[in-house]
Design a protein around this ligand. Structure first.
Ligand code: KIV
Length: 274
């Protein structure tokens, strides 16, 4: 099982860190078997699994349930659970207790998105002995829109400062979402801890994608930065349509998928029902 030191060491060894989201046992098992370094139980759960509009619509109840499922599958991958909005942004004093609950559910670290009191909240969680991954740039829990951030020098400076503040607070890595690659390159150079990019270009120490985007399982929208490595949606549709046709036409279940009563038991049953 990977630990924080292994992940941080990958930066100095120049070994890029692979991160994907997962929300359930079967997908997390595939990620673990494929050797993905970090499985993130993202609050993107809201959009790609629960059909909700905003990540702020998932709470601790959902995150605990899905973190447990993912953790049961992870034999080697390091599991990070997203702290949902309600867990730390409404009342910072709840943050440590909520982070502890996610750890008890099986996470090995938690992730928090940048907001006004983020550095203080991060250092309180770190002081409680819980590893924290920071997240700057586009932070969907509080963003006004889903556009690229840090597009001019002053706002780039602000995002760089946020990343540095999170490192200072003790975060063991920082996610950079949807920022120009030049800005991500500066942050990656200035930080001792690894940066994990999503829509932040090739210079980060690692990359993360939402697994439903990678597998073609979510068709509501496809962000420019994500890449579809498989298109499973049409294959699922085809399988379900074939099942429907075979049931409708009486083709399924056939003998190969059915059970038989032994002939002498059939005789006995007949005597019981006649
Ligand atoms: O919730 C999520 O999936 C995330 C990633 C996009 C980094 O936070």
């Amino acid at each position: 099982m990977k630990n924080v030191a292994d992940i941080v060491a990958q930066k100095s060894k120049g070994r890029r860190i692979t991160v994907l989201t997962a929300y359930d046992y079967p997908i997390a098992s595939f990620l673990d078997e494929a050797g993905i370094d970090i499985i993130l139980v993202g609050d993107s759960l809201a959009n790609v699994v629960l059909g909700l509009k905003s990540t702020t619509e998932v709470g601790m109840k959902e995150m605990l349930y899905h973190t447990g499922a993912v953790a049961r599958a992870a034999k080697n991958s390091f599991v990070v659970a997203d702290m949902p909005f309600e867990a730390y942004q409404l009342e910072g004093r709840l943050a440590v207790g909520n982070a502890q609950q996610l750890m008890e559910a099986g996470a090995k670290a938690v992730k928090i998105e940048w907001f006004e009191d983020c550095a203080d909240v991060a250092s309180a969680i770190v002081r409680a002995g819980i590893p924290v991954m920071g997240h700057v740039g586009l932070t969907p829990q509080t963003a006004q829109d889903m556009k690229v951030k840090a597009k001019d020098a002053p706002s780039a400076r602000a995002v760089i400062d946020q990343a540095l503040a999170l490192e200072e607070s003790g975060c063991f890595s920082v996610v950079l979402e949807c920022i120009p690659q030049e800005v991500a390159e500066v942050i990656t150079r200035q930080l001792k801890v690894p940066t994990i990019g999503i829509g932040a270009g090739p210079h980060c120490d690692g990359q993360v994608l939402v697994v439903h985007d990678l597998l073609g399982l979510f068709s509501r929208y496809q962000p420019k930065f994500s890449k579809k490595y498989a298109d499973l949606g049409p294959r699922i549709l085809e399988a379900v349509r074939t099942y429907k046709k075979e049931v409708t036409e009486g083709v399924f279940p056939d003998d190969a998928h059915s059970f038989h009563l032994p002939p002498d038991e059939i005789k006995k049953l007949r005597s019981l029902i006649e």
